[in-house]
Design a protein around this ligand. Structure first.
Ligand SMILES: Cc1cc2nc3c(=O)[nH]c(=O)nc-3n(C[C@H](O)[C@H](O)[C@H](O)COP(=O)(O)OP(=O)(O)OC[C@H]3O[C@@H](n4cnc5c(N)ncnc54)[C@H](O)[C@@H]3O)c2cc1C
Length: 457
């Protein structure tokens, strides 16, 4: 092997004791046996790793929070994993309302740190998800109806490209890439080492609610929630979580950027569904709301999980709700569940082609997953998730790239809608040799397509 570049940063090989820890992803189903891990401390470590991989013909995967939900996204057998998780610096400029954040920080650490400074930034339902992956895939959150998805708040980024060059990415520098990294999905264009986000002052108080119903009231609760949540006051972000019958939990939660008294009125229509066993409504500080929504949790799950996701542009009919009911009856893993999050508001006001994040006309997002232990149940669960997608297909649209499904064959259209053609052109511009190539990556546009500027297909 003749190579010029040396790996820098913390380098871990299979013969190192740390290798087994380095291999661990949140979803053990996605773990692989890479050739080497590089934990970068600075941009140059990332650049060296890209150059080294190309000189040696080693496949590249990039990683930050290890929460990839499908195989081959952030680890591959025999590849190099370029991991930014040791790059966690945050610089906040309160005056300008911007925070520059290295890609390795986790969502929970970041938003709690900012909340302590009186600053609001979007957060999802998991503290341990990495900013590196969630932000470039879109980033759906309970406050998206007020501030847009996380990628709508990206003002700039630093990225190491397929040649190992360190690029500034913004409206003024590499603007096509700036368009693409706001929703184009992790792993496709280069390793993002930092993001600059727009942030906002924290509200004085945050309304929160939780309602729990007997599991048997599932169908009525789903129907009531879906008729209510998409059009409720846009300061209210709400989820509905229905776990497997074996687990028995059926609950809705919400975060309201406003006072408790108003929230109590807003949730009245939802309380008309069934006979709730628990109703909690409160007004808390932003920090407490973060603890409620995204409590501290272990970095890794001990169950295998397989997922699918979609968007609802119209309400599910009875047949669709029956398919959900049947999935939850048949999914034997206690953590298997259906999850719904309302869209609308600021998220839907951005035109679909303005950034790579396409799905802007939706009423809500839905995802479902089946979990299991060991290997005997693997195929059964993959088939169950896939069958459910087929049953729901007449009523759903697209899918969310951050919650990928390897069974989706036309994934470009499903993840990116009409933006897929332009994403392929940007890919051809920045990674023409398809160095950043994985199971559902964006392929470069063929040469003959690269010079047309009409992004509609
Ligand atoms: C428990 C749990 C809760 C979740 N909750 C939410 C939620 O509330 N909202 C939501 O939108 N999503 C949520 N997700 C999905 C999450 O957004 C994706 O799994 C995301 O890709 C994870 O990013 P990561 O950096 O943690 O993962 P990684 O495994 O490190 O990477 C995931 C993907 O991003 C790429 N990537 C990682 N770092 C970089 C980088 N620095 N530059 C370029 N590409 C990179 C990887 O190559 C890979 O394709 C959740 C996932 C889990 C497991």
């Amino acid at each position: 092997m003749r190579c010029k570049t040396k790996l820098t940063g913390t380098v871990i090989h299979p013969y190192d004791l740390e290798y087994w820890q380095a291999r661990k992803n949140w979803n053990p189903f996605t773990n692989a046996f890479p050739l080497v891990f590089v934990f970068a401390q600075q941009n140059e470590d990332v650049a060296n790793a890209v150059k080294w991989a190309r000189e040696n013909g080693v496949p590249i995967r990039m990683r930050s929070g290890r929460h990839a939900l499908a195989k081959d996204f952030s680890q591959t057998n025999g590849g190099i994993v370029i991991d930014t998780s040791q790059m966690t610096m945050v610089v906040l400029d309160k005056q300008l309302g911007i925070a520059t954040v290295q890609a390795g920080i986790r969502v929970g650490v970041l938003v709690r740190m900012l909340a302590q400074e009186g600053i609001l930034a979007p957060f999802g339902d998991s503290s341990t998800v990495g900013i590196g992956g969630i932000s470039t895939g879109g980033g759906i959150t309970a406050i998206q109806r007020t501030v847009g998805v996380i990628s709508d708040n990206i003002l700039a980024a630093t990225m190491v490209d397929a040649n190992g060059n360190i690029l500034n990415v913004s409206e003024n520098e590499n603007p096509d890439l700036f368009w693409a990294i706001r929703g184009g999905g992790g792993g496709n264009f280069g390793i993002i080492t930092s993001y600059t986000f727009r942030v906002r002052p924290a509200p004085p108080g945050v309304g929160i609610f939780q309602i729990i119903w007997p599991w048997e009231q599932l169908d009525e609760v789903i129907d009531t929630w879906q008729r209510w949540a998409p059009s409720v006051d846009e300061r209210l972000g709400t989820i509905l979580e229905a776990f497997s019958r074996r687990n028995g939990l059926l609950r809705s939660q919400g975060i309201f950027l406003g006072p408790k008294a108003e929230l109590e009125d807003l949730i009245a229509p939802l309380l008309e569904a069934g006979t709730p066993s628990t109703v909690l409504v409160d007004e808390v500080t932003l920090l407490e709301a973060i603890d409620f929504w995204a409590p501290n949790e272990p970095l890794f799950d001990d169950q295998n999980t397989t997922w699918s996701s979609a968007w609802a542009e119209r309400l599910l009919p009875e047949k669709g709700i029956k398919a959900i009911h049947s999935f939850l009856e048949r999914a034997t893993g206690s953590e298997s569940n259906f999850f719904f999050l309302n869209s609308g508001g600021a998220m839907n006001r951005v035109p679909p082609e303005d950034t790579a994040f396409f799905w802007r006309n939706t009423k809500y997002y839905l995802e479902w997953d089946a979990s299991w232990r060991g290997t005997a149940q693997t195929l059964k669960n993959i088939i169950l998730v896939e069958q459910t997608r087929k049953q729901l297909q007449p009523y759903i649209t697209g899918s969310y790239v951050n919650v990928p499904d390897l069974n989706i064959k036309n994934y470009g259209q499903e993840y990116y809608g009409r933006n897929f053609a332009r994403l392929r052109k940007v890919k051809a511009q920045y990674d023409p040799e398809n160095v950043f190539n994985f199971v559902q990556s964006i392929p470069p546009a063929p040469e003959c397509d690269q010079h047309h500027n009409n992004w509609q297909v």
